[in-house]
Design a binder for this molecule. Sequence first.
Ligand code: PHE
Length: 340
Amino acid sequence: MQEKIEKILEEARERIHEAKELKELDEVRVAILGKKGKITEIFKAMSSLSKEEKKQIGPAANKARNEIEKRISQRLAELKERAKEIQFEKETIDVTEPGKKFSLGVKHPITQTIEEISQIFMSMGYSIAEGPQVETVFNAFDALNSPKNHPSRDLTDTFYINENICLRPHTSSVQIRTLQSQKPPIKVISPGRCFRCDTPDATHSPMFHQVEGLIVDEGITMADLKGTLDTMAKRLFGAATKTKFRPHHFPFTEPSAEMDVSCFKCGGKGCNVCKGSGWLEILGCGMVHPKVLEVGGIDTEKYTGFAFGMGVERIAMLKYGVDDIRLFYENDMRFIDQFK
Ligand code: PHE
């Protein structure tokens, strides 16, 4: 029996030493110290021994069991320590590793142009008004003093949903919505999408953008209109820019004008951008027609106002030298990436 104990001890020492995982170590513990373990078997077998033998085997078995228990707990501590080290190693961050590259997108040039124009007017105290792209014919035409026979109302010019609803052909309909919902002093711009039955070519698109402007207050004159739009032109195209107002006609303004800016490329000498004239047509504008103010219930004896509307694509094309409007809608990244 003495020999058997020696053998168990030897086996235990070896297996404990070689255990690489907590689970393996536990298996050794069960096999040796467990209910049916080898040392336990020795204790059980002792009942059949003589008194003399018991005196010898008892202490030897106890000693063996103590040693095994001690070794197991030592090994357990070692394995736990190692597991921690492994975890630490796994969790180390290599601060020298290069970061993941991600490419930053770019705002669409039309968005950029709208934001630039909006910034200019916001710095002059204008706020932004919004209106729907699907609009009543009343807001798009009638309320803007457009006679029933005005060519722009034709089916060949405007997209109609039905008799009373259309896709707005200009942002001027937001003038009506603003006049009906705000009281003077009114000072708004309204950027947005518009639609007209145009066949796409280098300068036309059935969908395009405008920025509308409207100001109504006491004592507003044509001089305010000219000062405001001249300031905008200088901010948008450079401080040396000159402006010129040509008489024009719009049903909703009286008097009406179109504003030209001196060509920012040649400074007015004449080049390919301005087609030799030295001037670029930028927007339509005028003093708000009293009939339009009346739609908003505004006292036309007390208040006057001016309004303007400009094509965003046209301005972006001039500013960035884009020669075909369709490029804006193709979403070709090689084009859009140039506006970083
Ligand atoms: N709505 C006009 C257009 O689309 C522009 C405009 C707006 C003119 C406001 C005068 C006043 O051409």
